[in-house]
Design a protein around this ligand. Structure first.
Ligand code: NAD
Ligand code: DAU
Length: 337
């Protein structure tokens, strides 16, 4: 089988490619990536020389490039996106271009190339915000209510993907996943930022009161969920992916990181809140478990410790990132912290 992975040089995409080639050594993987600030081919060093892997440099918004990259492809797994909420607040336009228009270009080419499956990676953020005291969770019947330019652009893409199934019969599947963490996560997201700041002896910026809740999933569990859907998922279906952890607010997550890294709470700095900050996400993943047998396998604390160890051992990887364009972004977002 030949798989086209878009955005395979990013955090989840690169974890997925490494996972796929390890578990399906006879398949061929093409990685189409524009190498934005978030794309990093170092993530894929392990498979660089693998004859069943190839890298295709390009933008998903360009039809002629996607056309070439999709030649003889059986399955598309579409990760490529602008993925950071705070950057979408600073500058929404690239989010609309890549996440909405780029997805439409891919859908058009997928139809032309008659791919057997187009799997679209989306997020639980499209459903909006739950209240802290509300026991309910997101499921695949929850109405869309995106509240940031990022989640609005992902919602737009999701609707387009479904419309290509309904209107043109493109064989799609889709997932809306909770917050991921693990190796190769760009150090702008809460967990990777917190760990790398502590390794540099810097404080961790916490937005608002820190009582915001996310449903944290170890990235390998996400990769295995996609694998399960490619094998057993029903065409046209959407599956939600989440974790088994007890609900935890950001402060609790950060306190665990401080404890595992031997630091005290003086390393926490409360900063101005994110505009439109979604209070709580929680995912009901009973459908994917009941229908195709996936459930998360990894414990939060164990994989959090492994993630801290990974960043500790791979200082070169994140230091190179933090020395580049990142410096400017950090200053704009956090000032002098
Ligand atoms: P990331 O920002 O780490 O990586 C995105 C990748 O896409 C990069 O390699 C980048 O170079 C590439 N890319 C961006 N624009 C492109 C373009 N125009 N053409 C080609 N490539 C382009 O993102 P991530 O955290 O790995 O997220 C991957 C996907 O998963 C996204 O669609 C995101 O919305 C979704 N998602 C992420 C999370 C999470 O917690 N990170 C959770 C749920 C869903
Ligand atoms: O829910 C899935 C989504 O998870 C994905 O679709 C997104 O691509 C991914 O970025 C992530 O979005 P979040 O906004 O939930 O992740 P982030 O790591 O940016 O923030 C997690 C929580 O931590 C959120 O409540 C904001 C807070 N936060 C974040 C940063 C970067 C802080 O308090 N301080 C920070 O410096």
């Amino acid at each position: 089988m030949k798989i086209l992975v878009t955005g395979g040089a990013g955090f989840i995409g690169s974890n997925f490619i490494l996972y796929w080639l390890k578990n399906h050594p006879d398949d061929f993987v093409v990685n189409l990536d524009k190498l934005t600030y978030a794309g990093n081919l170092e993530n894929l060093k392990e498979v660089e020389g693998n004859p069943n892997y190839s890298f295709f440099y390009g933008d998903i918004c360009e039809g002629s490039i996607v056309d070439k990259a999709m030649e003889e492809v059986d399955v598309v797994v579409h990760f490529a996106a602008e993925s950071h909420v705070d950057r979408s607040i600073l500058d929404p336009s690239i989010f609309i271009k890549t996440n909405v228009l780029g997805t439409q270009v891919l859908l058009e080419q997928a139809l032309k190339h008659k791919v057997k499956r187009f799997h679209h990676i989306s997020t639980d953020e499209v459903f909006g915000s739950l209240k802290l005291e509300d026991p309910s969770k997101f499921n695949d019947r929850t109405p869309y209510n995106p509240r940031s330019p990022y989640s609005a652009s992902k919602a737009g893409a999701d609707h387009l993907v479904r419309s290509y199934f309904t209107t043109y019969g493109l064989p799609i599947t889709m997932t809306n996943c909770a917050d991921n963490f693990g190796p190769f996560q760009f150090p702008e997201k809460l967990i990777s930022l917190a760990i790398t700041n502590l390794l540099e002896g810097k404080r961790i910026p916490i937005y608002g009161d820190g009582l915001y809740v996310r449903d944290w999933l170890y990235v390998e569990d996400h990769c295995r969920a996609i694998e399960t859907i490619l094998k057993k998922g029903k065409i046209g279906e959407t599956y939600l992916i989440g974790s088994t952890i007890e609900e935890m607010n950001n402060l609790t997550v950060i306190k665990k990181i401080l404890k595992y890294m031997g630091k005290d709470e003086n390393y926490v700095e409360f900063v101005k809140d994110r505009p439109g900050h979604d209070r709580r996400y929680a995912v009901d993943w009973s459908k994917i478990k009941k229908e195709i047998g996936w459930k998360p396998m990894h414990s939060f604390d164990k994989t959090l410790k492994q993630t801290i160890e990974w960043y500790t051992l791979n200082e070169d990887w994140w230091k190179r990132i933090k020395n580049g364009e990142y410096k400017e972004y950090y200053k704009k977002q956090y000032g002098e912290i």
